[in-house]
Design a protein around this ligand. Structure first.
Ligand code: SAM
Ligand code: SF4
Length: 345
């Protein structure tokens, strides 16, 4: 399916709308889009086995998603990440990638994607052709049995084949690994060594209290401070001072191309420099991963066109919380009821 142009599309890129600055003086330059809440895996820390997904009638069309994204671009967003759920399970997602990719190098500095990699081998070439240069692929274990256990039925060979296809097509690949106590903590060092051998980057992520799952996250929470001390004793790590406006801190493995990122929203505060907002597949704009504040861009766009969309975005910016309030403790309810797959990781 090709996304048909709509009258609003021209005005979605109209020049000189107000830039995106929130009530705390932070400039928003980064939009994450959850293309679908559906997924072909069921990672234990992310969703329950019997996850209920949104009805298709509730979703933004891909054209509406593109119009909203283009309006954000016109208002100063320079980086867009497509995520999910699993973005590559949404039919015709390639059309969205192509359309947004057409802005890379002009209004957009970067279009990127976070994927579980199960379908990556089929999409890698097209992603490069569309202008994507870097992607994140989730891989919590390279051991087939352990990967199947964590994802509840995934085939790690497919994901690794996807990673290699992406790398060979010219994409810079960063592995996302959620650090899970008692599940994959003994594999973190060998994952970093593998990434260094294969020319990949690695980001380690602390499990976050988002949405109800079938198990208790407290048992699985692994503070990255502890992990880092162990890695620093085994690898020559050099601090890389780059900041992305998110919860990541970076190191380089000396003598290699590999960058190690630690994403620790629970043990490191990052909110002062937050530069991002998140659009869900049903058109809700969430202002913070850790709060329920949101505005309904689908209704605003359908009822009021680009002017309605702008007004709703402005309302959202005014309501962007100063900081998240994540805690993981015995008896703590999740910080927010929605899952990472709804907001896009
Ligand atoms: N399905 C794709 C994938 O797995 O890469 C994209 C969506 S997934 C929600 C995005 C990232 O969020 C993945 O790296 C995943 O491991 C991470 N994630 C999911 N739930 C999480 C949680 N509760 N805490 C921390 N990271 C989480
Ligand atoms: Fe699916 Fe990604 Fe969540 Fe795993 S982490 S269940 S792959 S959305």
């Amino acid at each position: 399916m090709t996304i048909a142009p709509v009258p609003d599309r021209v005005s979605a890129l109209a020049p000189e709308p107000a830039p995106l600055v929130d009530a705390h003086g932070r400039t928003i330059s980064y939009l994450r889009i959850s293309v679908t809440d559906r997924c072909d895996l069921r990672c234990r820390y992310c969703m329950a086995e019997e996850m209920i997904f949104l009805p298709r009638s509730a979703l933004l069309t891909l054209d509406e998603m593109a119009i909203i994204a283009e309006r954000f671009i016109a208002r100063g967003v320079t980086k867009i990440r497509l995520s999910g759920g699993e973005p590559l399970v949404r039919r015709d997602v390639g059309d969205l990638v192509q359309r947004l990719g057409s802005h890379v190098g002009t209004r957009l500095d970067e279009l990127t994607m976070t994927t579980n990699g199960t379908r990556l081998a089929d999409h890698a070439e097209a992603m490069v052709d569309a202008g994507i240069r870097r992607i994140n692929v989730s891989l919590d274990s390279r051991d087939p049995d352990r990967f199947r256990f964590i994802t509840r039925h995934g085939d790690v060979a497919k994901v690794i084949a996807g990673i290699m296809a992406a790398r060979d097509a010219g994409l810079r690949v960063k592995i996302n690994m959620v650090a899970l106590a008692g599940l994959n903590e003994d594999e973190i060092g060998s994952m970093l060594a593998w990434c260094a051998d294969e020319g990949l980057d690695l980001s380690l992520i602390e499990t976050m209290p988002l949405g109800a799952i079938d198990e208790d996250r407290v048992d699985r929470f692994l503070p990255l401070t502890r992990v880092f001390d162990d890695l620093a004793g085994r690898f020559p790590l050099v601090r890389d001072g780059r900041r992305t406006g998110g919860p990541a801190r970076y190191w380089r493995v000396e003598g290699t191309e590999t960058r190690l990122g630690l994403i620790s929203p629970l043990t490191a505060n990052f909110c002062d420099g937050c530069n991002r907002v998140r659009l869900t597949t049903e058109g809700l704009l969430y202002l913070c991963l850790g709060h329920d504040d949101r505005v309904d861009l689908k209704t605003a766009l359908r009822g009021g066109g680009i002017a309605g969309l702008d007004a709703a975005i402005d309302d959202g910016l005014a309501a962007k919380p100063a900081r998240h309030d994540f805690r993981i403790g015995v008896g703590e309810a999740p910080a927010v009821a929605r899952h990472m797959s709804v907001t896009g990781g």
